[in-house]
Design a protein around this ligand. Structure first.
Ligand SMILES: Nc1ncnc2c1ncn2[C@@H]1O[C@H](COP(=O)(O)OP(=O)(O)OP(=O)(O)O)[C@@H](O)[C@H]1O
Ligand SMILES: [Mg+2]
Length: 234
């Protein structure tokens, strides 16, 4: 098993406020790892730390043998780590295709994802390529956000609450796509508040509570009472 990314004793701060406490986390090639936890547990902070949007201790994050805790976001993208941010954060004045092309901007990495393969993965986006993203449905906008991240050809894809507010059938489509992305060799982290949805697709999971990992393992080895206790802190 090749460990792609390892967080060791990761602390994260917003000014004086500490949001993560000594988090140990790892993900290997070919895994979907779910990070679950209630509102404010620190899920987005963990993803933002990995993505270089929050500055961390140099050696708190390792990408292979390289310490990357203090790398800026643009460099992290070039290493092969892409974030689908909470709330999608698309460029509202741009078309579907222009939004996708923004994702390739940082890229020195060129395979296998390009406009053609993203459109093959999400055919509806090909039909709507010249539409402004604001006229798309929520599910289609989420596909643009995922496609934009894929355009940088990541080895590790970080997805923050991609199912929030979407119809169940659309969520199933998106998760099917994530499994295909994983099977193609890209590791995937999914952050979810929906425990059931997250555990259905994940190979392993971590449960965060108030900035600390309370539980981790495989979905099959944890019973629902234990998970509920780690999630709610009861
Ligand atoms: N920019 C910020 N400035 C100050 N505190 C922040 C900031 N962003 C998050 N926090 C705080 O850090 C903690 C963790 O927040 P985070 O957004 O990582 O949680 P989360 O698990 O993603 O929650 P949610 O499910 O609501 O998205 C919370 O207490 C939150 O209030
Ligand atoms: Mg969040």
């Amino acid at each position: 098993m090749t460990i792609l990314l390892r967080a060791s004793a990761l602390d994260a701060f917003y000014g004086d406020f500490q949001a993560l406490f000594g988090v140990n986390f790892q993900i290997a090639r070919g895994e979907i790892v779910a990070v679950i936890g209630a509102n404010g547990a620190g899920k987005s902070t963990l993803l933002k730390s990995i993505a270089g949007l929050i500055d961390n201790r140099h050696d708190a994050l390792r990408w292979g043998d390289e310490a990357i805790g203090d790398r800026p976001a643009a460099e992290v993208v070039r290493l092969g780590i892409a974030l689908v941010p909470e709330g999608r954060q698309l460029f509202p004045s741009l078309t579907v295709e222009e939004n996708l092309l923004v994702g390739a901007y940082c890229g020195l990495r060129s395979a296998p994802w390009d406009l053609t393969s993203v459109y093959d993965a999400f055919p509806v986006l090909r039909e709507r390529r010249d539409s402004r993203v604001t006229v798309l449905s929520g599910g289609q906008q989420q596909m643009v956000a995922i496609g934009r991240a894929l355009m940088s050809n990541p080895t590790l894809l970080l997805c923050d609450e991609i199912s929030l507010g979407l119809a169940p059938i659309v969520v199933e489509d998106i998760y099917r796509m994530l499994a295909r992305i994983r099977d193609g060799g890209t590791a995937v982290v999914v952050v979810e508040q929906d425990i059931v949805r997250a555990l259905k697709s994940a190979d392993r999971f971590y449960c965060l509570q108030e900035g600390r990992i309370r539980l981790s393992g495989t979905p099959s080895e944890a019973d629902s009472d234990t998970i509920t206790a780690a999630y709610f802190g009861t």
